[in-house]
Design a protein around this ligand. Structure first.
Ligand code: CU
Length: 221
């Protein structure tokens, strides 16, 4: 009896291992809407804790934010805290990139081509980018506490792969979000129906028009 009992334990251990192996990594689909029910593009969806324990940044990246045709590309970037970015200038004119944001204040003096030094992002939060020469040039970097994030497409949809198993805390941020990312927090379970949807209260944001004939004017969006 003792012999069988021991095998039983091994059998359960084996099963437990098998199950944990299968469930260790999962992909979850998300969809983000504004409070009028429109799809919200360029929203950052990020996982901030698992079973109540904050997830640390585990992937340090070096990303590129281009300047092409007097626009930043991409408009929205997310990276995990500790990562860095370079801002190459692919236009024939000069740009002067800066941020006054709490999460990172910096300025790259007027330049062409690629500035030598990457900018480090060592504090979580939102970094709003702008150009001193071209008022309409705007872009955002969301410095995420973990590397588990994704950005929504034109249908407000995105997917995060390789998520750990368990109860996950998820937040959403968008340039037009009214309030802090904490206000969008949802606790989700692996068994929840997908896509997991978020409805975000948005505010109107002033954006200068690009056309020179309308210089000085702008519009809300
Ligand atoms: Cu510029």
């Amino acid at each position: 009896m003792k012999f069988i009992g021991r095998y039983k334990i091994y059998y359960f251990l084996f099963l437990a291992l098998l199950c944990s192996g299968v469930e260790a990594a999962q992909a979850i689909d998300f969809q983000v809407f504004d409070n009028k029910g429109n799809f919200l593009e360029n929203a950052v969806v990020m996982v901030t804790s698992q079973d109540g324990i904050p997830l640390g940044a585990n992937e340090i990246e070096k990303i590129v934010i281009d300047q092409k045709d007097k626009e930043f590309a991409p408009y929205m970037t997310a990276l995990s805290v500790g990562s860095s970015a370079v801002f190459p200038n692919n236009d024939k004119i000069r740009h002067q990139v800066y941020s006054f944001s709490e999460a990172k204040k910096f300025e790259i003096p007027l330049y062409k081509n690629a500035p030598e030094q990457p900018i480090d992002f060592d504090k979580t939060g939102v970094v709003a980018l702008a150009c001193n020469i071209h008022d309409w040039m705007k872009a955002y970097i969301f410095v995420s506490p973990s590397s588990l994030y994704a950005i929504t497409d034109a249908n407000g949809k995105t997917k995060i792969d390789n998520l750990p198993n368990g109860k996950l805390e998820v937040q959403v941020w968008h340039p037009r979000l009214k309030g802090k990312p904490e206000s969008t927090t949802q606790i989700i379970m692996p068994t929840d129906a997908q896509p997991i949807s978020f409805t975000i209260e948005t505010k109107r944001v002033w954006r200068p028009h690009r056309a020179p004939s309308q210089a000085g004017s702008g519009g809300y969006r």
